[in-house]
Design a protein around this ligand. Structure first.
Ligand SMILES: Cc1cc2nc3c(=O)[nH]c(=O)nc-3n(C[C@H](O)[C@H](O)[C@H](O)COP(=O)(O)OP(=O)(O)OC[C@H]3O[C@@H](n4cnc5c(N)ncnc54)[C@H](O)[C@@H]3O)c2cc1C
Length: 342
């Protein structure tokens, strides 16, 4: 949104400037949980992100979020959002472009030009899944193409065949898990040996007779139709005389990259092994006033909606405490909200 101002007889465009106590970057599970807690602590909260719902919203059916039963991910995220909207937390539909220190506050610039001056920031911007870059890949996400075997493997109970693309621990783990459900699982990897998966996983893989490991093999084309979604793949190296595999599902486990542009602007510590934002048990980063939650962080290896939401809630408590400390330093009376880390 743009505001205009009369300056010496000329109208000049200027960005909208807003004040907040806490700005939350993201519109996924971590962000909305943070928004819910933050609003209930009665701090002035703003959420900013262009796209609603994060990965949960595009994950298809979610079967492991407690209390909801099987639920479409988009619908689950709508429930998150509705709960936050009820508390009148504004959502600005623009991504955060930059965050910089400005005196004792942070200046957050959104891509649409809006500026938010805030005391604390919660980063909940998630990760970018590595894709194969093939036609129809995004279109068939949730229609046979998945990026999360931990999440979707049970949907393949008694199915004939599924394939996992990748050669690291996540791919091997995914293939082993899928083998409990699908009759045949192909593990497709472009290298001539798997890429340093954990030794214990290799041992289990060797003992799992329904996983066929196809090395030096890439996916050349996704096969299927608009109605059916993915029905198979064409591979670069024929297997048993054919370059086509008929599949019920394809799991792309080629890794995910935490979105670290903003963390890098702020000089946040990153975990050297995973490149995730380093957080402590209260979701604090190394910069006072900046908190991070969800898949962006190294808070847990279990990257799921429930853990992202839990971390968002904890980050909100830390941000609230920071805002209260700041207010008491300024001689303002803190709100009577009890917050405890216990
Ligand atoms: C296909 C698939 C299926 C899954 N299935 C399940 C499942 O069944 N059960 C389960 O528990 N988990 C599942 N997951 C994992 C789960 O979705 C994630 O762990 C969870 O979404 C992480 O939440 P998050 O809020 O940390 O990040 P995300 O959900 O990724 O949200 C990040 C948000 O940040 C926004 N953003 C990005 N850049 C910016 C920026 N510059 N400024 C502001 N906002 C920005 C994004 O638009 C998004 O709104 C699945 C994941 C995938 C990919």
């Amino acid at each position: 949104m743009q505001a205009t101002q009369e300056t010496e007889g000329r109208r000049t465009e200027m960005s909208e400037v807003r004040e907040a106590d806490v700005l939350i970057a993201g519109q996924g599970a971590a962000a909305y949980a943070a928004g819910l807690y933050s609003a209930r602590y009665q701090v002035d909260t703003v959420i900013a992100a262009e796209q609603f719902g994060g990965e949960t919203a595009i994950g298809g059916v979610i079967e492991n979020y407690p209390g909801t039963g099987d639920i479409d991910g988009f619908e689950l995220m709508m429930k998150f959002k509705e709960q936050v909207d009820k508390l009148e937390v504004p959502t600005l539909n623009s991504n955060v472009a930059s965050v910089s220190k400005d005196g004792d506050r942070f200046k957050v610039e959104l891509e649409d030009g809006t500026i938010v001056n805030t005391l604390a920031v919660i980063l909940a911007v998630g990760r970018e899944r590595r894709k194969l870059g093939l036609p129809r890949e995004e279109e068939w996400m949730g229609k046979g193409v998945s990026y999360c075997s931990t999440c979707d493997a049970p949907l393949y109970r008694n199915k004939s065949a599924a394939a996992v693309v990748g050669g690291g621990s996540a791919a091997v783990e995914g293939a082993i898990l899928l083998a409990k459900y699908a009759k045949t699982v192909y593990l497709l990897y472009r290298g001539d040996k798997l890429w340093r998966p954990e030794p214990i996983l290799l041992k289990v893989l060797e003992q799992t007779s329904n996983v066929k490991v196809l090395l030096e093999t890439e996916v050349a084309e996704l096969l299927g139709s608009d109605m059916a979604g993915l029905t198979g793949v064409r591979i670069t190296k024929p297997y048993e005389g054919s370059d086509e595999l008929t599949l019920d599902g394809l799991f792309i486990e080629a890794g995910a990259d935490p979105r670290v542009e903003i963390p890098e602007q702020l000089g946040l510590d990153l975990n050297p092994n995973t490149n995730e934002v380093r957080v402590d048990r209260m979701q604090r980063t190394n910069v006072p006033g900046i908190y991070a939650a969800g898949d962006l962080t190294d808070g847990t290896d279990l990257k799921q909606t429930i853990t992202a939401a839990a971390q968002g809630a904890i980050a909100a408590l830390s941000a609230y405490n920071f805002v209260m400390e700041h207010s008491s330093m300024q001689g303002e009376e803190p709100d009577a909200v009890t917050a405890s880390a216990d």
